[in-house]
Design a protein around this ligand. Structure first.
Ligand SMILES: NC(=O)c1ccc[n+]([C@@H]2O[C@H](COP(=O)([O-])OP(=O)(O)OC[C@H]3O[C@@H](n4cnc5c(N)ncnc54)[C@H](OP(=O)(O)O)[C@@H]3O)[C@@H](O)[C@H]2O)c1
Length: 354
């Protein structure tokens, strides 16, 4: 008799959404097969991952942009070493990288597949924890403030949720650009954090009408650029304190994802306000012309991301920006850490160590 050898797939740990609800209810720890990279992809051996507010919405099943059928592995932002490559990505083998998981999920696992368009070398000056807090917040903040927002020295920027992961990066980048920075946050500790990061004025928008406070702080002129990751009523109120020629940059909806598809701004407000409503999504593609996966959806060419990365590394070397990391947790503690984010109890980034 010929003995057959059946090769079993190698397994890895993964936090997967099995049911919808708060993160500690939604997630279960599974052992699943290690994925194989295809053309244009790399496989990363994960060392650290960052928590992103989108994952809170993912646990509740209300994030319609990224909504794979359950069970699926949550997580988008990772740092690690490229241990396997698909055709066309050989140059990444062995590199220490920061990346977004393919399709923006699959990151909370020992091994992660990423499109090469969303893979960047981790800056050597940052350890694995700091690098995990660097990529997403600073790229997104740079895209919002500079690539899209065209921030000018001397302008006034209003950053909402300024003590959060992305907000804390936006405050620092706006300060580094020579802007006057106003920030909002919920509660005295977060307000203090915004000031520590360089905000000239920090407003507790749980206790205060922030639009009124912004008008008071700007002699009635308003902010030139609003960096808005909260959405909903905060977006609506921001129009009250936007300057002539002002830009309102929509970057997210932590105040309630249902606002994503709620009409909040009317054409009348734009016309009579002489202001612009803008938005930005952090997603890069290796296609040099960018990608248009659906009508009206745009993935930014990677060349832009490389330019952003170079600019950020200069600021990092000059000591003008630093990663803001509030909490470092073990892989096992990931769901409880996401609960804290859901409860609005985090500042800066929370990093998971594998
Ligand atoms: N455009 C893109 O490509 C892109 C990609 C990824 C993420 N995002 C978005 O960027 C934003 C920031 O993400 P992040 O990961 O850095 O999160 P984060 O800012 O660290 O956390 C979210 C913050 O939102 C504020 N918030 C206001 N209302 C809230 C509510 N009802 N429940 C919970 N939090 C509330 C809280 O700060 P206060 O207590 O100070 O209000 C909270 O700390 C999110 O909207 C996220 O979805 C955008």
């Amino acid at each position: 008799m010929v003995e057959q050898t059946i090769s079993r797939p190698e397994l890895m740990r993964a936090w997967r959404v099995h049911r919808y609800g708060r993160p500690s209810h939604a997630l279960s720890l599974d052992k699943i097969a290690i994925p194989v990279p295809e053309a244009g992809e790399v496989r990363i051996r994960t060392r650290t991952a960052a928590l992103n507010f989108n994952e809170v919405d993912g646990c509740y099943g209300r994030y319609i942009t990224i909504n794979p059928p359950v069970p699926y592995t949550l997580g988008m932002e990772v740092v690690g070493e490229v241990e396997a490559v698909g055709p066309g990505t050989e140059q990444w083998l062995g590199q220490r990288v920061m990346a977004t998981a393919k399709g923006a999920y699959g990151g909370y696992a020992d091994r992660v597949i990423a499109d090469a368009g969303m893979v960047f070398k981790a800056p050597p000056s940052l350890d694995d924890v700091a690098a995990a807090g660097f990529f997403f917040p600073f790229h997104l903040a740079w895209l919002g403030l500079h690539e899209r927002g065209r921030l000018q020295t001397g302008e006034t920027v209003l950053v909402h949720a300024g003590a959060g992961g992305v907000g804390s990066a936006a405050i620092q980048l706006a300060v580094a650009a020579g802007a006057r920075v106003l920030a909002t946050a919920g509660g005295p500790e977060k307000v203090a954090k915004c000031r520590e990061l360089g905000a000239d004025v920090a407003i507790d928008y749980r206790n205060e009408d922030f639009a009124k406070a912004v008008l008071e702080a700007t002699d009635g002129l308003g902010a030139n650029l609003v960096f808005d990751g909260v959405g909903g009523d905060v977006t609506a109120q921001s129009l009250r304190c936007l300057a002539f020629n002002g830009r309102l940059m929509v970057i997210g909806f932590s105040g309630g994802i249902e606002a994503e598809d709620r009409p909040i701004v009317t054409p009348r407000m734009l016309c009579f306000g002489s202001v612009s409503l803008m938005g930005v999504m952090l997603a890069y593609t290796a296609d040099p012309r960018g990608e248009n996966p659906l009508p009206g959806i745009h993935i930014i060419p990677r060349s832009v991301g490389e330019r952003v990365q170079r600019s950020l590394e200069v600021l990092l070397a000059e000591g003008k920006i630093h990663t803001v990391i509030d909490n470092v947790v073990s892989f096992d503690a990931l769901p409880a850490a996401l609960d804290l984010m859901d409860n609005r109890q985090t500042t800066g980034r929370t990093i998971v160590v594998f």
